[in-house]
Design a protein around this ligand. Structure first.
Ligand code: ADP
Ligand code: MG
Length: 239
């Protein structure tokens, strides 16, 4: 572990698919506990960046450190510090909520004597205790999203990565997610969330960055930034 202060440290990161460059020398430092909204048009590379941060994909060049651990060399250590909520919920439809969490808890190597407690804790945090023994397949999109978040929180990771978590949620489920994210933020998790919801980004996150043409072209603290100002800036940057 190095002594670098940032929870997430990205230097000169490049990633191409075949001949197509997606990230072209991206730099990003995120202090511990910060909530960053990662914005950008479709295809700008937001999911690519999250997958790189999660150690699920390898860069062509550049450095990524998570909590001082370097990727891809120390990917195993990094995975233990990261909870990922991908765009599609990674759940087993024929298992109950509790069984899903038990399955992923074993994948994360949570000791058996601690597993039940962690599962109850995670179910509590996302408000699914009463539905814990229902099959995931019977869950609405909002409930599946909450279960995905419970899965991401199960091993109590330092870092939460969320890829467009609001997509497909109704108003109620969006508000539930707002509350969940606020709680995760107060609990001290470092959060990176991609979204097209500029209003929510301005309200929830500490900082908004815009990915365009392979680099970050915008980096703003959200103090004194409302949804309208962010939307105007966004339109200018991504024009
Ligand atoms: P975003 O999440 O911002 O919409 P992505 O990171 O999904 O963008 O994609 C960025 C670009 O990389 C797009 O042009 C996409 O088609 C391409 N891309 C993403 N994943 C792959 C892949 N596995 N193989 C080839 N091209 C990919
Ligand atoms: Mg994406």
């Amino acid at each position: 572990m190095s002594s670098e202060a940032s929870m997430i440290e990205v230097q000169a990161l490049t990633k191409a698919y075949g001949l197509m460059p997606v990230l072209r020398g991206l730099d990003l430092q995120i202090p511990r506990g910060q909530f960053v909204a990662l914005l950008g048009p479709n295809g700008s590379g937001k999911s690519t960046l999250l997958r790189l941060l999660a150690g699920l994909s390898r860069p062509n060049s550049g450095r990524i450190l998570i909590g001082g651990w370097e990727l891809p060399k120390e990917a195993a250590a990094v995975r233990g510090q990261i909870g990922m909520v991908a765009h599609k919920p990674l759940l087993y439809e024929n298992l109950t909520a509790r069984e899903n969490l038990a399955f992923f808890g074993r994948l994360y190597n949570i000791p058996e004597d601690k597993l039940d407690g962690r599962i109850e804790d995670a179910l509590q945090r996302v408000g699914l205790v009463k539905r814990a023994d229902d099959l995931a397949r019977a869950f609405s999109r909002g409930m599946q999203q909450r279960l995905s978040i419970a899965r991401a929180l199960l091993h109590n990771p330092h870092v939460l990565l969320l890829d467009e978590p609001y997509t497909g949620l109704d108003q109620d489920a969006c508000r539930t997610l707002d509350t969940l994210l606020k709680e995760a933020h107060s609990a001290g998790h470092t959060i990176v969330m991609t979204t097209h919801e500029l209003e929510r980004a301005a309200a929830l996150a500490d900082r908004a960055v815009i990915l365009a043409r392979g680099k970050l072209h915008y980096d703003m603290q959200t103090t004194n930034l409302d949804g309208l100002k962010l939307a105007t800036d966004y339109a200018t940057i991504t024009h």
